[in-house]
Design a protein around this ligand. Sequence first.
Ligand SMILES: [Zn+2]
Length: 150
Amino acid sequence: MIFICDLMLGRLSKYLRMLGLNAPCAKSPGPPDTGEHAEEPPYFFTKRLGGPRYERTIHIRSDRIMEQLGEIRHIIVPHIRPDAIMSRCIECNVPLFSTSRENIEHYVPEYVYHHHAEFKQCPSCKKVYWGGSHTEKMRKWIDEITEAHG
Ligand SMILES: [Zn+2]
């Protein structure tokens, strides 16, 4: 399933990516062109009221990220796979690949290099992720959202 976020929901799209969901940002303000995803039409999360009708448009009311996630929790939770959490670049929305320490030495702070053994990297922007790159707070939030309705 694809969860397209309009341009005003950039922060929401990053949170969805953190959960491992495929959450691209819309390239244009209108609803998505479903032609290429005819079998499983994407959801379209938007702040805009009105505009062209699209069946799977979900209007997001709140401006606060945690409330926005609450509004769509029932939609996204069935699509969250535990093994996919934190497997996607939150900037680029592409799956990360595992890489060895030697390959990322120049991309991470020295203490990170020395204190972690498992690293993942984004093939697009080269950003490196490691065990501690998501804060405790994020972990807690992810546990909450997945446990509450999982
Ligand atoms: Zn990236």
